[in-house]
Write a protein that binds this ligand. Sequence first.
Ligand code: CTP
Ligand code: MN
Ligand code: MN
Length: 371
Amino acid sequence: LPTFPGGPTATVSQYACQRRTTTENNNKIFTEAFEVLAESYEFNEIEGPCLAFRRAGSVLKSLTFEVRSLGDTQDLPCLGEHTKELIEEILRHGRSFEVEKILSDERYQTLKLFTSVFGVGPKTAEKWYRRGLRSFSDVLTEPSIQLNRMQQTGFLHYEDISRAVSKAEARALGNIIDEAVHAITLDAVIALTGGFRRGKEFGHDVDFIVTTPEPGRERSLLPDVTDRLEQQGILLYCDYQASTFDMSKLPCHRFEAMDHFAKCFLILRLEASKVEGGLNSTEEDSRGWRAVRVDLVSPPMDRYAFALLGWTGSRQFERDLRRFARLERRMLLDNHILYDKTKKEFLAATTEKDIFAHLGLEYIEPWQRNA
Ligand code: CTP
Ligand code: MN
Ligand code: MN
C-alpha cells in the first residue's frame, strides 16, 4: 500500500479497504468525538452527516501517527468543513463544546441508554422517549408497554451483556461451540469471525461461522447445535432465523442489512471454570458464571469465503468494500456473492484472498480491517 512520496498522508485512500487499520488507534481523542456526532445524527435519522463522521473517524483510525495540527490532516480524504472545525477545536481546547452539548442532552442520553438493551433499536427507544420515559424503571413500570421476548431477556441479563467479553471468554466459547458442532457432524467447519478475528481484546459478543461441506446439511445444522446447547443447560436465549438463501434470486440490487443465511443470535451461560484466568467481572461475583452474547451463521460451503469476509467486519470496512466494488469496479459484493455487472457473471471464490484479487485489491489481513 502507500509508500510516502508526498508526505505521510499524501496517499491515504478514501476507501477503508485500501487502508490497513489495526486495533491501535492513535487518534482516539478525535475519533471518539466524531462517533458521538455520528450517533447523534443516527438518533435523528440524518444519514448523510452520520456516515460522513464515521468515514472521517475511520480515516483517522488508519493513521500510524497522532494528529497534532490541522496541517497534519490537509492531504487526508473524507474530512469536511465540520470535521476540520471539530479537530481544530479539540487541538486547541482538548475538548469540543458541540460534543459536550450532545453528551449532556437528555434525548441523546435516553436513546443511548435504551438502545444499550439487547433487542431495543433506535425506533423503539425513540417511541419510549416520546412517551416521556427516561429510565429503565420508567419502562419496566409502564403498564402499556409490552416487551417482546428479546427485550425481556435484554433486561434480565442487562449487566452481564453490557460487560465486555474478553479474549479468554471468546476462546472458551469457541471450545463449547466446536465441541457441539463436531458432536453433530464430524466434518463440521467452525471459524471465529467478527471483532475477535480482527484481533480485538474485547467485544460485545462472539461471532462464529459454522458449516459443513455436505451441501444442504448447513440448513439444519444450527437447530441441532442449539438443541445440544439446550440439553447442556447453557442456552439462555435463542433467536433462530432459518435460511432464506436462494442463489437464483441473486444478485440483489437493493441494499439489504441482513444476509439470507441461517443464523442465530444467542445468549449462553458461560461457567467461570471453563475460562482460563476466570471471567471478566469487576465486582466480586459469587455466581461463578456469566451470560454472553454469541452469534452463529451457517452459509453453504460454496458461500463460505463471502460469509467470512462479510462477518469479519468492521462495519466501515464492509461498507467501503461494497462501495469500492460498485463505484470502482462495477461489481456487486455482499455476504453471498461477487457479481461483475459488465460481464454479467458471478465470480467464484473459496478464500477471502480470491475476493480481494477479483476486486483488484491488495489483500488486507483481518487484523488490518479495524476501520
Ligand atoms: N454482520 C452482518 N449481518 C448481521 C450482523 C452482523 O453482516 N446481521 C456483520 C457486520 O458487518 C459486522 C460483523 O458481522 O462486521 C460482526 O458484527 P458485530 O458482532 O455486530 O460487530 P463486531 O465487529 O464483531 O464488534 P463487537 O466486538 O462489538 O462485537
Ligand atoms: Mn461481534
Ligand atoms: Mn455479532
